[in-house]
Write a protein that binds this ligand. Sequence first.
Ligand code: SAM
Length: 233
Amino acid sequence: MNYSQRFTSAQPKRSHRAPDLSRLRQHMCNELVRRGITQKNVLYAMSTVPRHLFVQDALRSQAYEDAPLPIGYGQTISQPYTVARMSELLEVEKGMRVLEIGTGSGYQTAILAQMGCHIISIERLQELFRKTQTLLHQLGFRGIHLQRGDGTLGCPQAAPFDRIIVTAGGPKIPEPLLDQLDPENGILLMPVGSKQRIQEFIKIRKVHGVTRQEACGSTTFVNLIGSYGWRFP
Ligand code: SAM
């Protein structure tokens, strides 16, 4: 299905769509469908958010390949399949309040905003925080609030959250994040692994105060550095 054509009217402001990049984005979405991504709101977001604007200028031609890319400061933008898969596993609905840890390039943030979520996203590195804040503002995304700090502490003053997504890998789920998840119908997703850069997606679901945990496949993320993460980069 050609999602790019179906949803062109919902493009974010100033998307700078070049025809060849649009075609590549459409091809990326077709590949996501082929690999099993089925949720319409995820495919809609992936087909309309211009990933090439979230990568370094020199890498724009590679933006729609299914690969992570460097974004500077030793960090990466996650590969499109990983972003789509995490967005599906999170089971988001329009209007949900989402806490994201690890803003990075802001691409995953933009995908969730395009799906209608209200997001607080926390980034540890000042330079990335500033750069991404400027970009998301320029692109005109709404419902996003960026913060700089140690995301393993969460954002207690804005809790509880319907959804919490951690886009860096840590040794265990940070306690403060568990505490800040909505007890009635909350989902938290995070790459967890006892070794650095080798993790498994862990999905925590809280329903009426009861917590269940599910493993959702292996993955590789940069390290979550902080009080409840790895102590050193
Ligand atoms: N989702 C991002 C994207 O779409 O570009 C990719 C995130 S990148 C894989 C992981 C990010 O987590 C990095 O920008 C890193 O600086 C950040 N990070 C690591 N530990 C953190 C912490 N304790 N709090 C907030 N951000 C953290």
